[in-house]
Design a protein around this ligand. Structure first.
Ligand SMILES: Nc1ncnc2c1ncn2[C@@H]1O[C@H](COP(=O)(O)OP(=O)(O)OP(=O)(O)O)[C@@H](O)[C@H]1O
Ligand SMILES: [Ca+2]
Length: 939
């Protein structure tokens, strides 16, 4: 399950894949437009290639015509049909209907009416829940809205992709997801990954050139195959390289993907392991119950009881004892849990991840932006010429603004100039701030401190080697107004210093850099980094005039070093506590960063990641590079920090951890992180800074990019699991009690303590609102003290089993006691007797539900009012019970009569014993384990 319809493609069987490809062969906008030139396409769509649509009324008109750009599974069936369908879908309900008909034929009109009514209620409750579960799953689909860069009336804005209409112009860059089917109008080194549409893994190179139709004359219908429509960007595909622009030619269901999706609508989504386990448990229980009911029925008939009565009881018992509502409640609980997590800023993209969360025992987190705020401020500068060694680092925070000017020596100026020109951040008038990479922004902001102007308008950029986490530097080639060409480079200091052969001195002269001086630079850089500052080096280079060398990574060498900047990026305030709580729960937190070792170690110390021995606890990318997978696996247990790591390293790290049997959560944001995110048991992407590609590959998106949100999610995941165990205890104990009650009375030749209608009502309580409300019990923060659950652990543990048997025992003994007491008072079975028994059972069950709210804590500790859903559900159930006893109409149906206040008080007292007994169990449990270090490890 995921928000993303594309995940469906991934689960298709090959047979379905054929279906989808056939769907794409039919004529579609992408086929029509791929043979048109850009101008023809723009004219045909009535739009402007550069400015997009400019008339607001035209946009509104198109929105009305084409609708929202969203692919939604259309609900084919009307609600009433679905409702009627549930009557015939369930064999048990059919049997019940059968028994109503038989009653009617035999003249038992009362019975027939009652059973019919009960059937309607049972089916309605089931239907409402199923509908709710569908609705909440639908809500999950809308959690991650897709955004795009839209150009309308010449203005560009970031906006929801759902507003797009044909004719709109969009811009996209690396890591983005194409928001609609588009005719590409501008392509710079553009390649797009269409694997989710075509199954082809190699990204497709795209251009603006139209496809010549003539080459496809031999193909039936002159159809250009999807993969050959190279000037088309398909909705939902991912930009792997380069950037470009395009005109929207089709939206929503008219897109190529929309067509596939229509075909796939009927494909069922895969179930989560928990859901499958529940299905199996349900089936097993059904078998047992059926066997038991069969025996009861047989004995009853042999004893000479009315076979119709036995039949009705058996069928109702089957309806009640079989927890057919179990899988639905599990689904609703999972879905509601996911919605709750979304409110706490963790969006789950695949439902099974909720279960995996509770088992995570290693979190690999990147540093910048996740552990830190990603708000950088340059606060230290160092240059070799003017400051000579590490004891002279200039601290910008200690110098007044007026004084700063005295510090602008030529090398400082050069450092700032490199940072300024080799920079991709832009100032947005609309947002009144810089937009772009936080490192770039910090450099532009420091210029203002020195009263320096942005010099980029004075030069023309003729080339760029973009920054990447693998390369760890960025370079630009520019030409100034006098025609002089310069190359400016900034990046990780190890890389820059290694590539430098000279440096700029205070007089702006280029001086030779020997290895002793390089050591001086390293010394200063390490000093900056060990203060936790992100340290970048800046350098420049004038290519020999007339040089025609290609401007690529290899051509960057023999640089002239200018200086270093140290940027502060403080840890997020909440991270320290989160790390602490995770380690309490035996979750190992590993920092993986592209930043330098010294910076990483400093930040790690600040947030409480322990570094017992830097020799083994810190591993740098270049050492990792020379390690085999086995070597890495053998040492990784002691590693807490990976520094100067690349996205490829992340992949190796996940592999090594998984080899040890760890369940790994891994964070990432870039295009290159996608493979590691996919491989990790829980891939976590960043909602704010992350690319669409990373989000696509991940199982969970943090909308605030904050590490502590992972803790929240794990907590919720564990909580959901506990809740499921709790309502399982409740449902199964009711089930066991109801079955045993009838079985025992049959065995001892007693009359039936509950009639069919009463059993059905009990079923509604058990499968309905009270059970459901146990699923939304708020998370107990102490779950984090429990170690992660093993993936192989059963949900129905021994402890759960003991708990449910204890409760069932109390219900059975108590109810039978009331039954026999009432019966022996006058020697015959009267309506009063069954009313007392029936009410006794229901009260018992409500107290049982209360006890099931927590497995180990007293309700008074958890808080009576902590789960109001529960209180309403139980309140309603009790109200229903009172109706069943006191309202004449229901008295007829349930064959009850009014009880006195004293009766009710007696029953309440008696039935509270199940709750008291469970409180005693909890008290004893806590007393036993309070000194035990593994106190929480047992549910
Ligand atoms: N915009 C940039 N231009 C040039 N160099 C950069 C830029 N951003 C970062 N660097 C350099 O590259 C190094 C690695 O950056 P990278 O983005 O891979 O990791 P990070 O952001 O430091 O850490 P993390 O992986 O924890 O998010 C940085 O330490 C810095 O020296
Ligand atoms: Ca049932």
């Amino acid at each position: 399950m995921s928000d993303n319809p594309f995940d469906l493609v991934a689960v298709q069987t090959p047979k379905n894949a054929n279906v989808s490809l056939n769907a794409l062969d039919i004529p579609s906008p992408s086929l029509e437009y791929c043979t048109m030139t850009v101008e023809e396409a723009a004219t045909s769509l009535g739009t402007n290639v550069k400015n997009g649509l400019s008339s607001a009324s035209e946009v509104t008109h198109r929105q009305q015509e084409y609708g929202v750009n969203e692919i939604a599974s259309e609900d084919e069936e009307p609600l009433w049909r679905k409702f009627l369908g549930t009557f015939v879908g369930d064999p048990l309900i059919l049997l019940l209907i059968g028994s109503a008909v038989i009653s009617f034929v035999m003249g038992n009109i009362d019975d027939a009416v009652s059973i019919t009514l009960a059937i309607v209620i049972v089916v309605t409750v089931g239907f409402v829940q199923e509908h709710r579960s569908e609705k909440s799953i639908e809500a999950l689909n809308r959690l991650v809205p897709d955004e795009c860069h839209l150009v309308r009336g010449g203005q560009e804005s970031k906006i929801l992709a759902s507003v797009l209409v044909p004719g709109d112009v969009v811009r996209f860059g690396v890591g983005d997801r194409i928001p609609a089917d588009i005719r590409i109008t501008e392509a710079v080194g553009l390649s797009i990954d269409e694997s989710n549409l075509t199954g082809e893994n190699e990204p497709v190179h795209k251009s603006t050139k139209e496809v010549s139709k003539d080459s496809y004359n031999d193909v039936p219908g002159s159809l250009v195959p999807l993969a050959d429509r190279t000037c088309i960007g398909f909705m939902g595909t991912l930009v792997r390289e380069g950037h470009g622009r395009g005109i929207v030619i089709a939206t929503a269901k008219h897109t190529a993907f929309g067509k596939v999706f229509e075909m796939m609508n009927s494909i069922e989504k895969p179930k989560t392991p928990l859901q499958t386990a529940m299905d199996k448990l349900g089936k097993d229980l059904s078998l047992v119950s059926f066997g038991l009911i069969g025996v009861i029925c047989l004995i009853g008939i042999l004893q000479g009881r009315s076979w119709l009565e036995m039949f009705q009881i058996s069928v109702s018992l089957a309806v009640a004892a079989i927890p057919e509502g179990l899988p639905i409640i599990v689904t609703v609980t999972l879905a509601l849990g996911v919605l709750r997590m979304a409110k706490r800023r963790a969006i789950i993209r695949r439902l099974p991840s909720v279960e995996t969360l509770g088992s995570v025992n290693v979190i690999c987190s990147d540093k910048t932006g996740t552990l830190t705020t990603n708000h950088m401020t340059v606060n230290k500068i160092w240059c070799l010429g003017s400051m000579s060694n590490k004891s002279n680092i200039l601290n910008l925070e200690k110098v007044t603004r007026a004084n700063l000017k005295n510090h602008i020596s030529e090398d400082v100026k050069a450092t700032l100039r490199v940072g300024n020109i080799c920079n991709n951040s832009t100032f947005s008038q609309e947002h009144v701030k810089f937009l772009g990479n936080p490192t770039d922004i910090a450099i532009l902001e420091v210029l203002r401190k020195f009263d320096l102007e942005d010099q980029r308008p004075t030069v023309t950029r003729i080339g760029e080697i973009p920054f990447s986490s693998k390369r760890k530097f960025m370079a630009v080639k520019v030409k100034d107004s006098r025609g002089k060409t310069m190359i400016y480079v900034k990046g990780a200091y190890e890389r820059i210093v290694e590539m430098s052969s000279h440096f700029i001195n205070t007089e702006n002269k280029v001086v030779k850099l020997d290895s002793a001086l390089k050591d001086v630079i390293f010394d200063s850089a390490n000093t900056l980094a060990s203060e936790g500052l992100r340290t970048l080096a800046f350098a420049q280079f004038e290519p020999p005039s007339g040089s025609t060398d290609a401007f690529d990574e290899k051509s960057i060498d023999g640089l002239t070093f200018a200086g270093l900047l140290g940027m502060n990026d403080p840890p997020r305030p909440s991270v320290r506590a989160a790390v602490e709580r995770l380690s309490e729960g035996s979750v190992h937190v590993i920092m993986i960063t592209g930043d330098s070792e010294s910076t990483a170690v400093n930040i790690a110390r600040q947030i409480g990641i322990s570094i017992p021995n830097p020799e083994t606890a810190v591993l740098t990318g270049d050492r990792l590079e020379h390690m085999s997978e086995d070597q890495l696996t053998s040492i990784i247990d002691h590693v807490n920090i990976f520094a100067r790591a690349t996205p490829e390293h992340k992949l190796n790290i996940v592999r090594a951890l998984q080899k040890r049997g760890d369940i790994v959560a891994m964070t990432g944001d870039g295009v290159n992180d996608a493979p590691a995110l996919k491989l990790a048991d829980i891939g976590v992407s960043m909602g704010k800074m992350g690319t669409d590609v990373a989000k696509e590959a991940s199982d969970m998106v943090l909308t605030d990019d904050d590490f502590s949100t992972i803790l929240t999610a794990i907590e919720e995941g564990k909580g959901i699991f506990n809740n499921i165990q709790n309502f399982l205890t409740f449902q199964l104990s009711t089930s066991v009690a109801a079955l045993s009650l009838v079985a025992i009375s049959t065995a001892f030749k007693l009359p039936n303590p509950l009639n069919a209608m009463q059993i059905l009502w009990i079923n509604i309580l058990m499968d309905g609102p009270p059970a459901q409300s146990l699923g939304v019990e708020p998370v107990d923060h102490e779950v984090m003290k429990k170690p992660p659950r093993k993936r192989s652990d059963k949900i129905l543990t021994n402890d759960v089993f003991k708990r449910l048997l204890q409760s069932a025992l109390f219900i059975i003994v108590g109810t039978i006691y009331v039954f026999i007491k009432e019966m022996t008072e006058d020697g015959v079975i009267t309506a009063r007797d069954t009313t007392m028994t029936f009410t006794c059972f229901v009260f018992f069950d409500m107290f049982n539900a209360l006890a099931c709210r927590h497995s180990t804590k007293s309700i008074f500790e958890v808080g009576i009012f902590a789960n109001n859903m529960f209180n309403y559900a139980v309140g309603f159930s009790l109200l229903g019970q009172l109706c069943a006893i006191y309202v004449p109409f229901f008295q007829k149906i349930f064959k009850t009569e009014s009880l006195s206040l004293g009766d009710l008080a007696f029953l309440l007292t008696l039935s509270s014993t199940v709750f008291i007994a469970d409180e005693v169990r909890k008290w004893y449990y806590r007393k036993q384990r309070v000194n035990d270090p593994y106190y929480y490890s047992v549910v």
